[in-house]
Design a protein around this ligand. Structure first.
Ligand SMILES: Nc1ncnc2c1ncn2[C@@H]1O[C@H](COP(=O)(O)OP(=O)(O)OP(=O)(O)O)[C@@H](O)[C@H]1O
Length: 245
């Protein structure tokens, strides 16, 4: 079995008085394509942000590539649920993608783009089949095109793990299929952790599904059953046995 690249143990997290993650254990192994599913407000984005080192750990243990999250962040590519720049930001696609590299390198956001930044941006855009968009203003993209560009921005720093939060929430089914075909290809060289609401759709692509509704409800390799989905979205929340391949 391949080595674990993300290890989460006994993780609990609260916003003020509100407990949103309780005793979560999760392991992602090198080469996996793990789908993290669950109802709204189940804590999925919070778990991703803890893995990315964006939030301070309160209780429990996280290691990413064997290191505390903040020390591993440059080896992670992140596609957030909502882009962090406004759509009318006056920059080109090429510049927006290259900014992903500047963030990862620790240089200031407004450092000049070097020739190698531009080259890396073009390579990342080629990898997501969007090189033709390089000169386009970032505000003039369709939802599907913007998602590709955000994916290129996550790839530009040459990460080992790709983390995506609902990457296809606002695009049509055809564009969604194209993005997932692309992710399946990227999974040949990268570990992927992806949050989604759509269990039925992602189960055709992912190698494993973990279900989160405050606690980790399942950690499956088998197809999801109606009973499990009921427990996840409808019934009372309790932990069930984790099963590994
Ligand atoms: N910065 C914050 N401050 C306070 N509460 C927050 C914050 N971020 C999230 N929450 C709350 O924590 C809970 C879990 O939110 P989170 O975004 O992690 O869930 P999610 O499973 O990703 O939801 P969704 O599927 O709707 O995106 C929700 O009740 C949310 O309102």
């Amino acid at each position: 079995m391949s080595e674990p690249v993300i290890q989460v143990q006994s993780l609990s997290f609260s916003y003020g008085e509100t407990l949103v993650l309780e005793q979560v254990d999760l392991e992602v192994r090198a080469g996996e394509f793990l789908g993290l599913v669950g109802p709204n407000a189940g804590g999925k984005s919070t778990l991703l942000k803890l893995i990315l080192g964006l939030y301070e750990l309160q209780q429990g243990y996280i290691r990413v590539l064997g290191k505390p999250p903040r020390l591993a962040v440059r080896q992670l590519g992140y596609v957030p649920q909502f882009p962090t720049f406004p759509r009318d930001f006056p920059i080109s696609v090429e510049e927006a993608v290259a900014l992903g590299r500047i963030g990862a390198s620790g240089r200031g956001l407004w450092g000049w783009l070097s020739q190698s930044d531009r080259l890396a941006a073009h390579q990342a855009l080629a990898e997501v089949e969007a090189e033709d968009l390089a000169r386009r203003p970032i505000g003039r993209l369709s939802g599907g095109q913007l998602q590709r560009v955000l994916l290129a921005r996550a790839l530009v720093s040459d990460p080992k793990i790709l983390i995506l939060d609902e990457p296809t929430a606002n695009i049509d089914q055809r564009a969604e299929g194209e993005i997932f075909d692309l992710l399946a290809r990227l999974n040949q060289r990268l570990t992927i952790l992806l949050v989604s609401h759509d269990i039925a759709f992602i189960s055709g692509y992912v190698s494993r599904v973990a279900c989160l509704n405050r606690t980790l409800i399942c950690h499956e390799t088998q197809p999801l059953t109606g009973d499990l989905i009921h427990r996840l979205y409808g019934g009372p929340v309790h932990r069930v046995e984790h099963r590994h391949a």
